[in-house]
Write a protein that binds this ligand. Sequence first.
Ligand code: DGJ
Length: 675
Amino acid sequence: MSKASISLQSGDITLDLSFADESHVIYGEKKEFYIDVNHDNPFLLSTFGSLDYRDPMVLITDENGYASRRFLVKKVEDEENDCKGLPLSFGHNRSVCITYIDDLNEIEIKQFIKTFDESAFSFSLKITNIGKKASFIKRAYSMEYGLEGKGYDIYSFPGHWGRERNIQKTNLETGEFINQSICGICSSFANPLIVVGKGSSFYGFNILYSGNHKESVSVSYVGNTKVMIGMNDFLLDWKLSPSESFFTPEVIMTKGNNIDEIQQRLSSFVRKHIMKKRDIRPIVYNTWEGSGYDIGEAKWKNLAKLASEVGCEVFLFDDGWFLNRNSDTTSLGDFVLDEAKIGGDFEHINEYLNNLDLKLGLWIEPEMISPVSLLAKSHPEFILRRKEVEPIQSRNQLLLDLANHKCVEYVKNMIVSLIEKSKCSYIKWDFNRLLTDIESESCRGGEYFHRFILGYYEIISSIRDMYPDLYIEGCASGGARFDLGTLRYVDCIWTSDNTSPRSRLLIQEGTSIGYPLCSISNHYSASPNVTTHEEYPCKTRAEVAFFGVYGVEVDLSKISLEETEYIAKTISFYKKHRQMIGDGTFHIIGDPMNRVSRCWLLQKDDESLLLTSNEDGHKTIPYRLPYFDAKAKYILEYWDGRTVDIKGSDLINGLALPNGKGLKTQMVYIRRIKE
Ligand code: DGJ
């Protein structure tokens, strides 16, 4: 490969690749970024074996544990990634493939870079053993990216159950910042989304992967910053036999002037290139928070009636509808309708619901098994466990071994037969514990985490392909599997089990930085809140939940007539505006690190939805709203029916913030008046 360069364009961002010699690729954005200081080149694929001693992106050893030397570039041409089994984005313009070869260890790496109409690139690798002996992949990130200088702010989205994706900011002058998961799924501890930026150069990164991930940002000895993103190398030891290939998950990168632009670009990208298009996202009534396992015949029939009266479109039996499942101690694996408890078969349920103009939704947790279940008796070999030790139970349940192909087939067939039998149109797909006790006859230990995720994708992608109209809501103990890999196959994700508005403001705001509102599932819930015990008026609960996919979770049989009427009002409002909420552009106005007051603005064409919140009247000066036209006229519509005409120039100066004790919110619908 001789000296050459190519320029890749996505929207308004350019990636210049310069092949200085065949040993490495130097790249950067036009003109501003051809750095060649000591050995601090921003390689596009760094490995161990050159004089670059920064942490490498790829590590592959031979049978004796010796690592590959440098990979030399052999060709660059347009080629599609033929990866099977992992979620991929769609709708790209070009897929450019750089082929590298390590002659010594006989490994070929194809590096795919996709370009899009939107300002985003994606990166992934295909690693192939072209020799005659086995090789071992010890690390294979999907991308690395060099940034000039140091002192970048890193926005990350850590959390826990009930406080998922609360935005954090870390400034990195030296050393390394790591954001990672090692528990088997993307986790609520560390979402794979990160934003790195300073001045007017911001970069957003995310990965289409639901398993262990790792995002490393490090400052080199020369003082430049490098970002590496991919599948976590924790315990990774993947045997690559002759002629076998290994694919890394796809990583998305975008660039913008500030975090707001990154948010716009990531969410528009996810909507157009990852999620399935939906005209209508149905309003679901979910039984969990209000009724738990107590959903016997009289109860659910009454709830369904009330849900229909307030305007819900789907009635979802959450946990507790299947054989003997009256607590979390039994029955996972036995997803057969408990006809005695529910008072009839699926035909009966559907008839009842259809008469109320409701569709049927069902909760499942298909990757799990209760030790007390029929499945555990009939297929003990499907349980993920070490042979010699009693496996650790979490929420009284164990995992199924998704590296075992027979188990994967079993689960797939079980879900297909449930969908066929129940004729449900909505599924909530839960996952309530993390991986432990890993041992499987199906693969080596160093391969397990990834093979488990491949099993998950095999199941969920088959269901998606077979039932394109089935609406799927992802879930994992709340929002512990909120990732782009899952979003490739589901329609929205339950954001958190914590439905308390104060917590939700932080959770939904953090989530919205990388995921569009149409993926964020929020439900109107009870007061006092079941998780935080805090009390909120109906208005606050509804206003915060509007910013996403709206649903209802409160026990409708236990609330006042006034509240029921209020919920009906919120639903008809949401129905009227759901297209705009799903497709609009969402802005967080002001500093997202501010924990006291917030301002959210959602806009589509001539319509906007504005939410402001304030704690104890803390902020007194309105947020400026630069997204309106100073010369236009607008009408504000409040909940209480009040309408106010306002000039664009006044609107830009902001609206008075809600004031009072505790958390106060104020939502207003704004329409531009046509001249
Ligand atoms: C955890 C989920 O996050 C809840 O919404 C609910 O579905 C329960 N699991 C049911 O067990």
